[in-house]
Design a protein around this ligand. Structure first.
Ligand SMILES: NC(=O)c1ccc[n+]([C@@H]2O[C@H](COP(=O)([O-])OP(=O)(O)OC[C@H]3O[C@@H](n4cnc5c(N)ncnc54)[C@H](OP(=O)(O)O)[C@@H]3O)[C@@H](O)[C@H]2O)c1
Length: 260
């Protein structure tokens, strides 16, 4: 798979959650490839820092206030003079069994991961109208296999899969493609506790047949590819970027024998 940066025609994209690990990596890659990128993020200071680095415009987006997503896309559309694609990189993780999950945690998990994706689709479809474009959402490997203590986040990310497929069918006749990526465990801000110590990282790696955790570039690379106009026959897909987590049973690795 090649992103073919050198030959790509410049396009106009919005990245929501732009200050996150995947969002910032994607924004940098799109700018390097010659595209215009409008950055949506919740933290004024880190958003400003990224905007200065990339010479890009910004809009404050708070997922718990869905109208901020609509406001961001409308402003980007006005400032850039149209949009070719929108990516929602906003998300959170909640590792708790259902019986310990509060109503507030459940609502927040749905709002940040599923409602933000829905609002991205609704607003993206409005601003792109009939001119076509690409919407990319982020689901999770946890939505496709049962992993303990993921009930709320798995439900939210499974919702993203249903949303992706239905929206892809709805908007195909307007030339708007809707796809999602479903990452395995990515070394990012939100998952630090799962890989920051050697034993935690080793346990997490064991679940991935490819023998390593993902990095933000693994996910950003596929999103960039999905955005490209030359891939315009791909819609309604949920692509696992997961080192095999959702589909493969890893070989058991021989444990080092302990000295007696
Ligand atoms: N990392 C993984 O292992 C993994 C696995 C499966 C799926 N995913 C999904 O991948 C996507 C990118 O996550 P990441 O790994 O890059 O983690 P990350 O670095 O923590 O990025 C998450 C982003 O979401 C933003 N965000 C969180 N709550 C928000 C809210 N209420 N309003 C607005 N923005 C909010 C964060 O803003 P700040 O920058 O201000 O914190 C950050 O930009 C997410 O959808 C995540 O659920 C990640």
């Amino acid at each position: 798979m090649s992103t073919g940066d050198a030959q790509v025609e410049p396009k106009k994209f919005v990245v929501l959650g732009a200050t996150g690990s995947v969002g910032s990596e994607l924004s940098r890659r799109l700018i390097r490839a010659g595209h215009e990128v409008f950055l949506g993020g919740r933290d004024q200071e880190s958003l400003q820092e990224l905007a200065e680095e990339l010479s890009a415009s910004t809009h404050i987006v708070e997922a718990l206030e869905p109208e901020s997503i609509e406001g961001c896309l409308k402003r980007a559309n006005d400032e850039l003079g149209g949009l070719d694609g929108v990516v929602n990189c906003i998300g959170s993780v909640l590792l708790k069994p259902a019986h310990l999950t509060s109503d507030a945690e459940w609502s927040q998990t749905l709002a940040v991961n599923l409602t933000s994706a829905f609002t991205t689709v609704r607003s993206g479809a409005k601003v792109m109208g009939r001119s076509g474009g690409s919407i990319v959402l982020i689901s999770s490997a946890a939505a496709r296999i049962g992993i303990a203590n993921h009930e709320a986040i798995a439900a939210a990310k499974a919702g993203v899969i249903g949303l992706t497929q239905s929206a892809a069918a709805t908007y195909a006749n307007r030339g708007i493609r809707v796809n999602a990526v479903a990452p395995g465990l990515i070394k990012s801000k939100m998952t630090r506790s799962l890989w920051q110590t050697d034993p935690a990282e080793a346990t997490s790696i064991e679940m991935h047949a490819m023998g390593r955790l993902g990095n933000p570039g693994d996910v950003a690379s596929m999103i960039q590819w999905l955005l490209q106009a030359e891939n315009d026959w791909i819609t309604g897909q949920v692509l696992g970027i997961d080192g095999g987590l959702a589909t493969l049973v890893p070989r058991t690795r021989p444990k080092k024998s302990r000295p007696v």
